[in-house]
Design a protein around this ligand. Structure first.
Ligand SMILES: Nc1ncnc2c1ncn2[C@@H]1O[C@H](COP(=O)(O)OP(=O)(O)OP(=O)(O)O)[C@@H](O)[C@H]1O
Length: 683
């Protein structure tokens, strides 16, 4: 089965990469820089302030706003960790000679370099460059205006493809005990010992479902911890990791996730509980939370004093390089830098190896798990055993081929695989739109496939108590997605906005209509008074709804008049255009900049006291587009703790033909405080 699995994924990944590159290059070529900036895919009007050396011989390019134009950088959707292209803007004032000279040096038609966004604020962007980009980068001093473009991260595709090729080379039957489960070459037989492994839990607050999951994971070699929203998946994993350290002090655990934030959350929670020399974070320092940088292998490996001196010498040579006029001098200077770099790398490798051997918990993204640093230990001894347990968190946000990266890079080592996630929340983001088979192959996560492979689901442990939502908010998601199994812990079941100390107590005791007393409110915009609008400005054909924005603003004003703090309020819309219009009116016009406004994806894994959800869709044909994606809506409606406010056309949901949406609006009709806004009140 490994060969079929590998070839299915190889063709799907190839198609996905082509689609991704096509979509990105279509945007970059058809749109002007202005339009790309408008869509958050580019940042312009910046210039090169400085180049300095950094970790593991990387270079850091510091860019600031072009002060002749503005004093702030318009960051758009570009964020830390993105791979970007840096290019000079063609400006009239740029003399041909200057451009020609820069081209000679860069020996390219258009000077261009690529790097990773390392740091970013309104006044400076720091980009980490690969060594190969240095010569070009220094030529950018001669341009007054630069711009950066967000690009496709092809490295991730290459890693998945090489992993799948290695999987296809496995001889059958496969040797690796864990891989045997995944390729259906081994039945799953749960351990029969009823002994409750853990005698003393460290965390006294664990509930029974969490304890059961921990005991099962210690006792079995395959576990899936199914954690619906707010049920303490991370809480559970942290205890499990501590128990594994106690039980197997000599073994090493590899913790992976699809994104840096998914693994940084666990590392942050582990830091106060585990001695820090046992914790090691592998990954580009640019992409780590500041609180986790102290565990960063990159940074730790630089603390060696000789390594520091060599880095300083490299730095000085780079500064000198700027002043050298003659091309040959510059070339000699780079050669000297290259020699120093070789020495630096040898010393760093030794330091890195010692740090990895000393650690007991290695934390990295799924892609980072096959990093050069980690796999370099097998160069000396291919049979070296580095890890014993693999934990993959947020497994339902990862494409299955990503989950194979650590399994293949460290094959024949793992005796235990623990997957944690929720297959009823956001699936992995797939760019492909033109091939349903590819979409299905890549959207079906390892979690989904294993519960099909083992229909008895004996390895699945469900966390059933949630610590986030008022029970009225929890009720529909529990019924529609979790077979009604969710329970609201008593600490959250009945809490309302009005219970927040800062919020005005009931202005008058008998005033039961005050907004802060309702956990569930629906502003029903049915009829044709609140129509949606197609937004042509954004090339992605997004939609927005002016009428709904007015209702959102009015509700926010009501809450603010009752002293609900801005940072307790979140506004979500599935449509990018609605998000940008909401930001413009709430952030720019109302100046309520502490109210978080984002798409559903931006709120994944997060929570707020009150969430206002603007559905946008309202048209004569009752079309609802991708509102039909129930897992996306499930994430949106399970973000609030105390109040969920929906603004949307109930009739559209009841007549769009989608069962989930119909059930949701009918259930809310019975259980929410439904209001019928009158458009005249907003004109
Ligand atoms: N047994 C428990 N007793 C008390 N509080 C708990 C317990 N388990 C989890 N919590 C609380 O519930 C909240 C959610 O926990 P956690 O962040 O671990 O859940 P998660 O499943 O990782 O998050 P998400 O819901 O985004 O998937 C946290 O505030 C945590 O402190």
């Amino acid at each position: 089965m490994n060969k079929e699995l590998a070839s299915t994924f190889l063709s799907s990944i190839n198609h996905e990469r082509e689609q991704d590159i096509q979509i990105t290059s279509r945007l970059l070529t058809t749109l002007s820089i202005q339009q790309l900036v408008q869509n958050g895919l580019a940042i312009n009007n910046i210039h090169l302030e400085n180049i300095r050396s950094g970790l593991i011989g990387k270079l850091y390019m510091e860019l600031g706003p072009n002060l002749e134009i503005n004093d702030k950088i318009r960051r758009g959707d570009i964020k830390i960790g993105d791979i970007v292209l840096i290019r000079p803007a063609k400006t009239k004032t740029e003399t041909k000679a200057k451009a020609k000279k820069a081209t000679e040096d860069s020996s390219e038609d258009q000077a261009e370099c690529s790097g990773v966004i390392y740091k970013m604020n309104d006044t400076q962007i720091t980009i980490a460059l690969e060594e190969s980009q240095e010569v070009v980068a220094t030529t950018f001093y001669s341009y007054s205006k630069l711009y950066i473009l967000k690009t496709t991260n092809t490295i991730t595709y290459k890693r998945m493809e090489s992993t799948m090729r290695k999987l296809s080379e496995f001889s059958s039957p496969v040797q690796d005990k864990i891989v045997q489960y995944l390729v259906n070459e081994r039945p799953f037989i749960p351990s029969s010992s009823q002994v409750q492994n853990v005698k003393d839990f460290i965390n006294p607050n664990l509930n029974d479902s969490q304890k059961t999951a921990i005991n099962f994971a210690i006792d079995n070699d395959l576990t899936i911890i199914h954690g619906p929203p707010g049920t303490g998946k991370t809480f559970t994993l942290v205890e499990l990791i501590q128990q594994l350290l106690i039980k197997y002090p000599e073994k090493r655990i590899l913790i992976c996730g699809p994104s840096n934030i998914s693994v940084d959350t666990i590392l942050e929670r582990l830091t106060p509980l585990v001695s820090n020399n046992l914790l090691l974070r592998i990954g580009h320092p640019a992409r780590l939370l500041d609180s986790n940088k102290r565990h960063s292998l990159d940074i730790l490996s630089k603390q060696n004093s000789i390594v520091k001196d060599i880095s300083q010498e490299i730095d000085n040579l780079i500064q000198e390089n700027k002043k050298l006029k003659n091309y040959k001098q510059r070339k000699d200077n780079w050669n000297e830098i290259k020699l120093l770099r070789k020495d630096l790398k040898k010393r760093e490798f030794k330091t890195i190896k010692d740090l990895i051997i000393q650690s007991r918990i290695v934390v990295t993204t799924l892609h980072g798990s096959s990093s050069r640093e980690l796999c370099s230990l097998y160069r000396d001894d291919p049979n070296f055993k580095l890890f014993d347990t693999l934990i993959i968190d947020e497994v339902s946000q990862a494409m299955e081929p990503q989950c194979w990266i650590p399994l293949i890079a460290h094959q024949n080592q793992f005796h235990k695989l623990i997957l944690a996630g929720d297959n009823k929340q956001l699936p992995p983001t797939i760019k492909t739109e033109d091939d349903r088979k590819v979409i299905h192959n890549l959207e079906t996560t390892l979690f989904d496939r294993l519960i099909k492979l083992f229909p008895k689901r004996e390895m699945v442990k469900f966390l059933n108590v949630q610590y986030r939502m008022n029970k009225n908010i929890m009720e529909f998601p529990s019924r529609s997605m979790y077979h009604g199994q969710l329970l609201a812990d008593e600490t959250v079941a009945n809490r309302l906005l009005i219970d927040l100390p800062i919020v005005d107590a009931t202005p008058s005791d008998d005033d039961n209509d005050v907004d802060t007393k309702f956990p569930l409110i629906w502003y029903d915009t049915q009829g044709d008074e609140f129509p949606e609008t197609a937004d042509d400005a954004t090339i992605l054909g997004s939609k927005y709804n002016e009428g709904e924005i007015s209702i959102v603003k009015e509700h926010i004003e009501n809450l603010r008049s009752l002293n609900v703090p801005q940072d307790s309020i979140g506004v979500i819309s599935p449509y990018n255009a609605q998000v940008s219009h909401l930001k413009k009116q709430i952030h720019d016009e109302l100046k309520l900049t502490d109210i978080e406004i984002s798409t559903v994806d931006g709120f994944q894994g997060r929570e707020k006291d009150v969430i206002i959800l603007s559905l946008v869709r309202s048209n004569e044909k009752f079309e609802v587009g991708f509102l039909k994606e129930e897992r996306r809506l499930n994430v949106a409606m399970t973000r609030p703790r105390r109040q969920l406010v929906v603004v949307g056309n109930m009739e559209a949901l009841q007549r769009c033909g989608n069962k989930y949406l119909k059930n949701w609006s009918e259930w809310c009709e019975e259980n929410a405080d439904v209001r019928y806004p009158n458009i005249d009140d907003y004109l």
